[in-house]
Write a new protein. Structure first.
Length: 164
């Protein structure tokens, strides 16, 4: 998406931050963290926090979006292991259903907790490292935005300063 904005194909895009602010004007609108989601019967469900290295032998259900996917793999590698990817899924709801069937664990944005069956699934904060999940609107620097784009960015900036 960043490349499409840079090339002028898109007027703006929603991306995970950070991005190169020399290339793009950035309007952050989500500032949160990622968490580990597990079935309530999973051994990690008893914990209040987890460290990435504790996930070494777990089967992962990954969200298919490339940037998100790559961040998870990168953090696993930093923790000293290559994740065992059991499934790659393109919908948050389906990931939740798979966790509910105890088919693996997933790292998801904390706000997803409001959309899952909390009787079956537990969200556990990740400590060491803390996983930021920051989203923002980007537009190409020095490009005159259309009136519709300007209004949308103004709305996002004013009405949704930081969701979490």
């Amino acid at each position: 998406m960043q490349q499409d904005v840079k090339d002028g194909i898109l007027d703006f895009g929603v991306v995970m931050l950070p991005v190169d602010e020399k290339e793009y004007d950035v309007v952050p609108f989500v500032n949160g963290e990622l968490a580990l989601f597990v079935h309530h019967s999973h051994w990690l469900a008893k914990k209040e926090k987890v460290e990435m290295k504790e996930l070494q032998n777990e089967a992962f259900i990954l969200f298919k979006q490339p940037l998100f996917h790559d961040v998870i793999i990168q953090e696993c590698l930093r923790a000293g292991f290559r994740p065992e990817i059991a499934y790659e899924v393109s919908e948050w709801a389906f990931i939740s259903e798979m966790i509910g069937e105890n088919l693996g664990v997933a790292i998801c944005p904390k706000p997803i907790v409001n959309k899952i069956n909390q009787d079956l699934i537990k969200a556990i904060p990740i400590d060491n490292p803390v996983f930021p999940w920051n989203l923002g609107l980007i537009s190409k620097k020095k490009k005159q935005a259309s009136p519709a784009v300007r209004e949308f960015i103004k709305y996002i900036s004013a009405e949704i300063p930081f969701l979490s």
